[in-house]
Every structure is written in structure tokens, then in C-alpha cells.
Design a protein around this ligand. Structure first.
Ligand SMILES: Nc1ncnc2c1ncn2[C@@H]1O[C@H](COP(=O)(O)OP(=O)(O)OP(=O)(O)O)[C@@H](O)[C@H]1O
Ligand SMILES: [Mg+2]
Length: 237
């Protein structure tokens, strides 16, 4: 059953996400696509957010990564006033603290797997991580042979690309991992394997995973639906 998405009594330092009065409209003259009065996610928690196509899942994730700017309200991430940061600081914060797995993976096809991971470390200005060592550890954890590191990303199978997308999201050891429906093209066995690997590899991070496929909710600590989180098209709640 759906558990409450809001958990009170946490101080902002304990929260991965704290949204207050957040609205967003693509068309300023239309009703907002996102209208979230209050939502908190504690650090380290794994939440599944279901929602029909067009319910605003990707829009919400784009607000959380700073790709879109909220029309109103505040978004704090990991205790920092994310929505108030300048575009440059937001980019730096995202690179250093947030791992994103996109629906289409967005790997750079003409680069090797190692180069894809190194680019992510470079943008995070992560000079402390030994990219080669961490990449090898992640590939082992994700059950990929290490010779994959030197293959072009576009020459891998879809299942391998998915696991590389997780490795790239985790290369900087982010505290917050955001995943946008990456399993829609998979059969049931491959999907279950992907979910197990993803959640094992993110055991110490907060995870926000959105999908229309409610059967994936079983893998998560907590679940909610966009219809609970979001006030659809300004309707009263
Ligand atoms: N770039 C855009 N410009 C204008 N409207 C948009 C844009 N992107 C999304 N929308 C609209 O915002 C609403 C929410 O879209 P969003 O992509 O967030 O939904 P979703 O829940 O991720 O759907 P799906 O499951 O199909 O990926 C939809 O009505 C959509 O038409
Ligand atoms: Mg979407």
C-alpha cells in the first residue's frame, strides 16, 4: 500500500529532499504541471514514485536536477538551498552530489565506457576519486566484465548500457540518485536483475525512482503516486 510520502520531524540536515510550495508550468498562462505543497525525503531512503504518462514525473525530476527552474517555492537538497543557487553553482552541486540514470541512458556512444565514467568525474571536479579503481569496483558490483571498460558505449548490449549508466551515475558516490523509468524496454527477468543491481549499488544513497510500472514498487522502502504528491492541474486537494 502507499505509505505517506511526507515524513516530518527530520531536520533539513537529515533530508535528501525538502520541497515547499513548489510549482512549475511550461506555459505560464496554463495551470502548473507541478504543484507540490510539501514533500520530504530523508537521506538514504529509497522511494518509488508511480504515475501515469503525462503526470509530471520527468518534470519533477528535472526540477530536482536543476534542468528546469521552479516557477515558485523552495527546493532544498541534502540540506542546501538548491533552488536558490546560481546556475553555475547548481551545475557544480548536481555534478558532485546527484547521480542521474536517464530513460535512454544518455551515454556518449563514441566514447569508451571508461571515458564515459571519467567525463562524469571530470565534471564533478572529483580529483579524489581514482576513476579506474572505482570503475572496476562498480563494474564488478554490477556484474559486468572489466574488459567492457575499453569498449565503445554504443557497441554494448542494451542491458550492458543500462549497467554502465548506473556506474556513471555512481562514479562520484552521490548522496542522491535519480532514476527516470529505465526499465521500460526490458523483459521481466532483465528488469528484476537491473532493479536488484541498482538498489544494491545505491545502498548508501537516497534514491528517487519514477515509473508508470507499479510492479517495481516491491523493491523500495517507500512508495507514492504523483496523484498523492502533486496537485494535478491546480485542483483542490
Ligand atoms: N518541454 C515541454 N513543453 C511543454 N509541455 C511539456 C514539456 N514536457 C512535458 N510537458 C507536459 O507536461 C506534462 C508532464 O509531462 P512529463 O514529461 O513530466 O510526464 P511524465 O509523467 O514523465 O510522462 P511519461 O510517463 O510519458 O514519461 C505533460 O502534460 C506534458 O505534455
Ligand atoms: Mg517521463
Amino acid at each position: 500500500m502507499t505509505e505517506p510520502a511526507q515524513i516530518k520531524n527530520d531536520t533539513s540536515a537529515d533530508l535528501a529532499v525538502c520541497m515547499t510550495g513548489v510549482t512549475f508550468a511550461y506555459d505560464k498562462s496554463a495551470l502548473p504541471v507541478i504543484d507540490i505543497e510539501s514533500w520530504e525525503l530523508p537521506k538514504g531512503r529509497h522511494i518509488f514514485i508511480s504515475g501515469a504518462s503525462g503526470s509530471g514525473k520527468s518534470t519533477l525530476l528535472n526540477l530536482l536536477t536543476g534542468t528546469l527552474q521552479a516557477s515558485s517555492g523552495n527546493i532544498e537538497l541534502l540540506g542546501k538551498p538548491f533552488s536558490k543557487l546560481s546556475a553555475r553553482r547548481k551545475d557544480a552541486f548536481r555534478a558532485q552530489n546527484i547521480g542521474v540514470v536517464f530513460q535512454q541512458f544518455n551515454l556518449i556512444g563514441y566514447l569508451t565506457v571508461y571515458q564515459n565514467l571519467a567525463v562524469a568525474a571530470y565534471f564533478a571536479k572529483n580529483q579524489t576519486v581514482d576513476v579506474a579503481a572505482r570503475a572496476t569496483t562498480l563494474l564488478n558490483k554490477l556484474q559486468l566484465p572489466t574488459d567492457v571498460l575499453h569498449k565503445r558505449a554504443d557497441l554494448l548490449s542494451v542491458g550492458q548500457q543500462q549497467r554502465v549508466a548506473i556506474a556513471r551515475a555512481l562514479i562520484n558516490e552521490p548522496s542522491l540518485v535519480i532514476v527516470d523509468e529505465p526499465t521500460s524496454a526490458l523483459d521481466a527477468d532483465a528488469r528484476d536483475k537491473f532493479m536488484q543491481l541498482l538498489l544494491e549499488a545505491t545502498a548508501h544513497s537516497a534514491v528517487i525512482f519514477v515509473s508508470h510500472d507499479k510492479s517495481l514498487a516491491q523493491y523500495f522502502d517507500e512508495q507514492t503516486d504523483m496523484s498523492c504528491l502533486n496537485r494535478p492541474s491546480g485542483s483542490p486537494v
